[in-house]
Design a protein around this ligand. Structure first.
Ligand code: FAD
Length: 494
């Protein structure tokens, strides 16, 4: 297979000059007196946070950040950029993990943060229509009094925006239950790369009128247009939620356990999350848990969190208690021990351990993150193979890679493989990891990106998961929408 890091050429693009800034000002003026941030920022202001990603891995070079408040303003900015051939990087909450929202050269950053109004919510159908810049958590809070929840949930919910979620086709903790955004998004409003507003903000559950264009923008990572509005189906809040935390003697038990849990819990199972021993111990070191005493957790190679969401607390608890009892009293138990949350506080602390891992990884050093899909049976083999590789190269230990760990959404076949460089990113570490990891994923017919997207990190690794024919048709689609290649250039398409 081919592997080379190609530096994309941006010679077709112009850098923003004073005249351009004056024009952007005329589009964006007047600044709302309610807004705490100016609608345009340049290096004279503090634009550093827009030029670095959440991990501190990707450093951008944008010299201007625009914050439109309306779709019309986005359209006018894009129209002007198309005329002047100025590159645009749409940016949401900047929590993306593949360097997709960072300007590679001098493209402007178009931040959606000031477009944060809920347009409508129908408590009968559960259909929510909102600006793309709404923070995921604020949308959850908006619909909670109407007994609805967002169909997706992720650790970054306090910062990520619904437009960013859609553009990365974010998965997260509820996908097992409510499916992907390709199913729950009913319509989108998008500003296309020539400035045209594509209004497909449908609130219909069923609409079979030809090509479903919105699907191209779900997971499009801002390369085909800027999502400005979203119509999404939100499910009713479950009447009862519970979780259990299970300690397993070894990884081989995860698959049979998954089968038993699915069979016994049936329709109420809403999450099945995996945490390996290294990740669990790291969580404890950073103050998460402990969910089990050291004795109980001792001798366990990995852990599983199971969540149920149902309609009747007594019924669900009975099912969970029966499950735990049968697991613990089996002739050859698959688990060492398990706890059932007894209160909302315990329920939250079980989830806090799983959700807090990404933040803990960040505190340990600089993470190389590989969010991959592989067959369930291979989860731990992939993690072990990477650790062995780093040991064999003399790159394992506090001087280089200090930890290799796996956790993730087992129920969706999605492994978050995290490799921590204690003292920072170094080219020789990356060279030892890539393309090695992409090759072992491809050998298992997995995907190099289960949910974080491609961005700039995996652009040159796309062919490990997509055929030449698929990539060729992606290029053709990009050409149709964005012939000038101004929309998030250098991302996704190799
Ligand atoms: P950004 O990071 O700002 O942008 C991401 C990409 O989308 C970029 O390419 C950008 O150009 C584009 N984009 C953003 N907004 C728009 C728009 N309005 N129109 C067009 N393009 C746009 N991801 C998961 O899938 N599942 C998880 O469980 C998960 N957990 C996470 C936990 C933590 C702690 C963190 C930090 C991240 C996690 N992520 C997860 C990754 C990330 O949060 C998601 O990818 C999220 O959906 C990105 O949203 P954002 O608003 O921050 O987008």
């Amino acid at each position: 297979r081919r592997w080379a890091h190609n530096i994309p050429s941006f010679s077709h693009l112009n850098t923003v000059n004073e005249e351009d800034l004056a024009h952007f000002s005329s589009i964006l003026a007047p600044t709302s007196i309610l807004s705490t941030l100016p609608s345009i920022s340049t290096p004279a202001d503090d634009i550093a946070p827009y030029n670095v990603d959440w991990m501190g891995k990707y450093h951008g070079q944008a010299n201007s950040v625009l914050r439109p408040r309306t779709t019309q303003q986005v359209s006018e900015i894009v129209k002007y950029c198309a005329q002047r051939k100025i590159g645009i990087v749409p940016q949401g909450g900047n929590t993306g993990l593949v360097g997709g929202g960072i300007s590679l050269q001098k493209e402007i950053v178009l931040s959606l943060g000031a477009m944060n109004n809920v347009r409508s919510f129908d408590p009968v159908s559960g259909i929510l229509v909102a600006d793309a810049g709404c923070i995921l958590q604020s949308l959850s809070e908006h619909i909670a009094p109407h007994n609805h929840i967002m169909p997706l949930d992720l650790g970054a919910k306090g910062s990520c925006q619904i437009g960013g979620n859609i553009s990365t086709n974010a998965g997260g903790l509820r996908l097992l239950r409510y499916g992907s955004l390709h199913g729950t998004v009913l319509g989108l409003e998008v500003v296309l790369p020539d400035g045209t507003i594509l209004d497909q903000l449908s609130t219909l559950r069923k609409d079979n009128t030809g090509y479903d264009l919105k699907q191209l923008f779900i997971g499009g990572e801002g390369t085909l247009g800027i999502v400005t509005g979203v119509s999404i189906l939100t499910p009713p809040a479950p009447q009862a939620t519970n979780n259990i935390f299970l300690a397993l003697p070894h990884f081989d038990n995860v698959l049979p356990l998954f089968q038993i849990v699915k069979r016994q819990l049936g329709e109420i199972m809403s999450a099945f999350e995996y945490i390996d021993r290294t990740a669990y111990d790291m969580g404890l070191q950073h103050g998460l848990g402990p969910l089990l005493s050291a004795d109980e957790a001792g001798g366990s190679q990995c852990f599983v969190l199971v969540e149920t969401s149902g309609g009747n607390q007594d019924h669900d608890l009975e099912k969970l208690n029966n499950l735990l009892e049968s697991l613990l009293t089996a002739d050859e138990p698959l688990i060492n021990t398990g706890v059932l949350s007894q209160s909302p506080t315990q329920f939250n602390s079980i989830w806090a351990l799983r959700e807090g891992l990404t933040e803990c990884v960040q505190k340990e050093g600089k993470p190389y993150k590989y969010d991959v899909s592989v067959p369930l049976a291979d989860f731990q083999k992939v993690v072990d193979a990477v650790r062995e590789r780093m040991i064999s190269k003399g790159l394992y230990g506090d001087h280089a890679i200090s930890k290799v760990m796996g956790y993730g959404h087992v129920g969706d076949g999605n492994l978050h493989l995290n490799v921590i460089a204690k003292h920072g990113y170094r080219p020789e570490l990356e060279a030892a990891l890539e393309p090695f990891i992409y090759e072992i994923v491809a050998d298992r017919k997995g995907s190099v990106s289960a949910e974080h997207g491609i961005g700039s990190m995996k652009r040159d690794a796309l062919h490990y998961s997509k055929s030449d024919v698929s990539i060729d048709w992606m290029r053709k689609i990009k050409q149709v929408f964005d012939p000038l290649n101004i929309m998030n250039p250098g991302k996704v398409i190799p």
